[in-house]
Design a protein around this ligand. Structure first.
Ligand code: XIL
Length: 334
């Protein structure tokens, strides 16, 4: 796959296993080394792992991944300096008791120490992940409660100062399906521009389903960022056969086995999503395409959104590490 693109072709590792750093099996490593030019750590660079206590950082496992990638000529998109998700926020931040200025100073240190540790060794950062609400507005996260929206731009400024060469991304989900969330994104970006906040691009996670959102919706959403001169990254693409997000799932119409027909429909969907990216984002603004996981059994969707109730097959490689039609679908679009 990597030979077909002039921009990073990435994969999330190891998002299926908490706190593992390398791709989980030698077979997955082979796939990563053959097909991808970039990795995103699925977990190991999140706040709680890198910064467990206010005065303690633990870089060992993330360093292992960064060194592995470097040894194989693979770049790293680092994920993520700030994210609200409760169990991946350090306990000391949850019990932080100072005022707004003290909280922001603490976050400045967090960003500075981590981004400077990896300066020169990662290509890009998700500086802030998921700061917007579904339905629009800012998410009322721990960070927001302490500091209002100011924490977002402080984090970008601190990241730029600590690693001037890394591309800095804002990353979020459903911006291609939720018009109010997209409007909040563009308002935020316009504010950044007016105030000179350093940002290079926007990551659309793209946890989409087989039939939603439409190609038109995806293209129109990406265009909002393209028109603002920023890079666009598809940062966490996966396309489950069963839709964990919509009413089909609730109605109990569950596919319990993967068939060639389903695989071919999934190929078409992978192809049209990547084609939407290629058609909408000019080459100079393509930040990369990342699929969120290597092989199907390892997808985060199975424990996280399907609650382990049944299988799904959202990725480009199956449980025996064979490539699926989905891989060809992506290749056809590149
Ligand atoms: C997920 C990981 O894949 C899981 O292993 C973990 O349990 C939870 O986080 N959006 C993001 C990612 O930005 O960090 C999430 O990763 C998936 C949704």
């Amino acid at each position: 796959l990597r030979a077909l693109a002039t921009f990073p072709i990435g994969v999330g590792v190891d998002g299926g296993y908490e706190a593992h750093s390398l791709p989980s099996t030698p077979a997955e490593q082979k796939i990563v080394e053959k097909h991808f030019s970039q990795v995103t750590p699925g977990n190991i660079m999140k706040m709680s792992y890198l910064h467990p206590n206010q005065n303690t950082y633990d870089f060992a496992q993330a360093d292992e991944l960064v060194n592995y990638a470097a040894a194989h000529g693979i770049g790293v998109h680092a994920h993520t300096l700030i994210w609200h998700s409760d169990y991946q926020v350090p306990a000391f931040m949850k019990s932080f008791s100072g005022d707004k200025a003290a909280f922001l100073a603490m976050l400045d240190d967090h960003v500075k120490n981590i981004a400077s540790h990896y300066a020169g060794r990662v290509q890009s950062w998700d500086v802030v992940n998921e700061a917007l609400n579904d339905g629009g507005g800012y998410r009322q996260s721990l960070f927001y409660q302490h500091a209002g929206p100011d924490y977002i731009e402080r984090a970008f400024s601190a990241a730029r100062a600590a690693d001037p060469d890394a591309l800095l991304y804002y990353n979020d989900y459903n911006m291609e399906s939720d018009a109010n969330k997209l409007a909040s994104l563009t308002t935020m970006l316009d504010g950044f521009k007016a105030r000179g906040v350093p940002i290079d691009g926007v990551g659309f996670q793209m946890h989409v389903s087989m039939d939603y959102p439409s190609v038109n919706q995806i293209e129109a959403s990406l265009k909002q960022v393209v028109d603002r001169g920023l890079k666009v990254k598809i940062s966490e693409l996966d396309i489950p056969i069963n839709n964990p997000y919509g009413s089909a799932y609730q109605s109990g119409d569950i596919k319990t086995a993967y068939t060639l027909d389903l695989g071919l429909a999934q190929k078409k969907r992978y192809c049209e999503v990547v084609k939407a990216y290629m058609d909408t984002v000019p080459a100079s603004q393509r930040g990369g395409l990342v699929v969120w996981g290597v092989s199907d059994p390892n997808s985060w969707l199975i424990p996280f959104l399907f609650n382990n109730r049944h299988d799904d097959w959202p990725l480009m490689f199956d449980g025996r590490y064979h490539d699926k039609p989905a891989l060809r679908g992506v290749a056809d679009a590149l």
